[in-house]
Ligand binder design. Structure first.
Ligand SMILES: [Zn+2]
Length: 425
């Protein structure tokens, strides 16, 4: 049931819709394009200035030891904290400030933050500056209604999520900003749709296979060993022996779209031969490599997933003594899933139901997002993604966020904060 105080906050949010949209538009106008990771600092400052106006203590943790940090593109994050009547519990809202490049096909300026027909357009409108604005205004409305929270609340804007989040959320977790003794719940307002709660994501294994040949003149290939021919065998074996089994591996995690409720494999890239300005040199290829992207399930272990690739290479070695290949791990992310009975899930679900009058839907993401760092490095178990915007529009031309969805998710976030942290009169 919605209390009088909660209704007051929701009314405040209705009255702030325009200001919230303008704030999101202001963030879109800072082109925080990653790669290379531009304009992170001015974007962090815009968020930080807002948070300071709410009485939050604001810091700008900068990942200056991280390889992606440069003088031209510094990795500046922002964290604001508002101490509650009690220090704990603490609810932490986290949004990534980076956006992917605009790309082709836009019918309007991707960095103008244009409002049209009830929608805010621009790169990052849904992924995820609209979500950051909604979280900021959830706290703004609570303050405006003169409500003091029982526990503490934090809000961070972090960098590099689109490239793994290592200088962003991972950095905050490494430095103790996200930790069990400090952080109870985390809500990440990624664009998952306003009535869906995202519990986690599948695992990722990026690996590289190198086949090793021996160079010879292209007119006398019998004197060499072609690394490209070897890679052909690897790919054939993957298709015939590995891929059919992947379709059989399914998960009980509610991954969307439903096609991603099983193990998947993509060959991201392939290169071979002595690549010159044209196609290659008149030589037998002495090297070839491919990079694969295997998404794995909670029901699988990483060791088992890796062993499948080792098995492919080993079987080819046994068949052909000339065959030689190596397997290198590039990135390993374990699957994460917050249990449905976790407080952050149940309270958000109940609040969503009461605010929107709709049954919440529980989902998991086919790809990863910063949840992995909250769980794996920060060791904080209560984390969800919930925010405005439609996931399918993320990274697309003419990306937009419905203003109504920003308002609705803002109300859900505000009431969830009040319920998780309690209020004091
Ligand atoms: Zn995102």
């Amino acid at each position: 049931m919605i209390t009088v105080a909660e209704q007051t906050v929701m009314n405040r949010i209705d009255g702030m819709a325009e200001e919230m949209t303008e704030f999101a538009a202001t963030l879109i106008r800072v082109p925080t394009v990653n790669p290379p990771g531009e304009a992170y600092e001015p974007c962090a400052r815009k968020i930080g200035d807002r948070l300071r106006r709410l009485g939050m203590e604001v810091a700008y943790p900068t990942a200056d030891t991280h390889p992606s940090h440069t003088t031209a593109c510094p990795r500046v994050n922002v964290v604001g904290r508002l101490e509650g009547a009690r220090s704990m519990p603490t609810l932490h809202f986290n949004g990534h400030t980076d956006v992917v490049p605009a790309g082709e096909g836009w019918t309007l300026d991707p960095f103008a933050g244009i409002v049209k027909d009830g929608r805010l357009y621009g790169r990052g409108a849904c992924d995820m500056k609209g979500g950051i604005a909604a979280a900021v205004f959830a706290l703004t409305a609570i303050r405006a209604a003169d409500i003091r929270l029982g526990g503490s609340v934090e809000l961070s804007g972090t960098v590099d999520e689109e490239s793994g989040g290592f200088a962003g959320m991972a950095y905050l977790a490494e430095k103790g900003w996200i930790a069990p003794q400090r952080t109870t719940h985390v809500i990440i307002p990624e664009p998952l749709d306003v009535d869906r709660i995202c519990l986690g994501h599948r695992g990722v294994y990026w690996g590289r296979i190198d086949t090793l040949g021996r160079v010879a003149h292209g007119s006398m290939p019998f004197y060499g060993k072609s690394a490209i021919d070897m890679m052909g065998k690897v790919m054939h074996r993957i298709e015939t022996h590995l891929r059919p089994g992947l379709d059989q591996k399914t998960t009980t995690m509610p991954v969307v779209p439903a096609e991603a409720r099983r193990a998947t494999l993509n060959i991201n890239g392939l290169a071979g031969g002595q690549v010159g300005p044209d196609v290659g040199t008149p030589c037998v290829a002495d090297r070839c490599h491919l990079v694969f992207d295997r998404r794995f399930l909670r029901e699988e272990s990483f060791e088992q997933v890796r062993a499948e690739f080792e098995e492919v290479l080993k079987s080819l070695e046994i068949e052909d003594p000339v065959f030689q290949a190596t397997l290198t791990d590039l990135m390993i992310v374990h699957p994460v899933e917050t249990p449905k009975d976790a407080e952050v899930v149940s309270v958000t679900a109940r609040t969503l139901h009461e605010v929107l009058g709709r049954e919440p839907r529980f989902v998991a993401s086919p790809g990863t997002y910063d949840h992995k760092h909250v769980y794996n490095i920060g060791r904080v178990r209560q984390c969800i993604a919930y925010g405005p915007g439609i996931l399918d529009l993320a990274h697309q031309p003419d990306e937009y966020c419905e203003i109504e969805h920003m308002v609705q998710s803002c109300k859900v976030m505000a009431l969830t904060a009040m319920r998780l942290l309690g209020t004091v009169s």
